[in-house]
Ligand binder design. Structure first.
Ligand code: ITT
Length: 195
């Protein structure tokens, strides 16, 4: 069986592939298709955007498709960047630009006030039209400078107290075990494999 992973984000793709390893499924990426639709991520929620991306991949490929919509929620910033996490600094921003923007907005706030959470919503949609939705979250704090080279996105600024490290300082097995994405995909596996 084949499953399309409808993401252009290399960091997400790598983690999803690691998290689904060992299942009897061949994972396909947008690069495996001559044409793959760009989706306007104009939903107000992670759920809306995840379903949009997965459904559009089903329509384009005729295959079951999985999409991940995720982001960082910072209470001090009224919940931003949220669904705008990938384009916080600007449309098409690099991870470095988004991290700089986050640091700039949090300048002057003490660490104790800089709590944040990552959220990941996974939509799994089928050619019949049905979709399953799974969600995972991870709590942490936003540091005032980056630490570590692993992971992607906001990982170098996202400190996990239990680990005493940022997500970018953790081996990918550890990040995958505790992360918002790891939790959402664990829910998906539990659902698919529970009798
Ligand atoms: P696709 O829509 O093609 O999947 P995208 O990067 O545009 O790729 P999103 O709209 O879901 O995906 O944006 C998610 C952003 O949130 C992502 O670009 C990162 O900046 C951030 N993010 C999500 N998960 C993360 C993680 O595990 N570690 C660090 N940053 C993360």
């Amino acid at each position: 069986t084949h499953l399309v992973i409808a993401t252009r984000n290399k960091g997400k793709m790598r983690e999803i592939a690691e998290l689904l390893a060992g299942m009897e499924i061949t994972l396909l990426s947008p690069d495996d298709f001559a044409e793959f639709p760009e989706v306007a991520e104009d939903g107000e929620t992670f759920e809306e955007n995840a379903v949009k991306k997965a459904r559009s991949a089903v329509v384009a490929t005729g295959l079951p498709s999985l999409a991940d919509d995720s982001g960082l929620i910072v209470p001090l910033l009224g919940g931003r960047p949220g669904v705008f996490s990938a384009r916080f600094a600007r449309e098409g921003a690099s991870d470095g630009e988004n991290n700089d923007k986050l640091l700039a907005e949090l300048t002057g706030f003490p660490l104790a006030a800089r709590n944040a959470s990552f959220c990941c919503v996974i939509a799994l949609c089928f050619p019949g039209g049905e979709c399953l939705i799974f969600r995972g979250e991870l709590a942490g704090m936003i540091l005032d400078q980056p630490h570590g080279n692993g992971g992607f996105g906001y990982d170098p600024l996202f400190y996990v107290a239990d680990q005493g490290k940022t997500l970018a300082e953790l081996p990918s097995e550890v990040k995958n075990r505790i992360s918002h994405r790891g939790k959402a995909l664990a829910e998906l596996k539990k659902y698919l494999f529970s009798p």
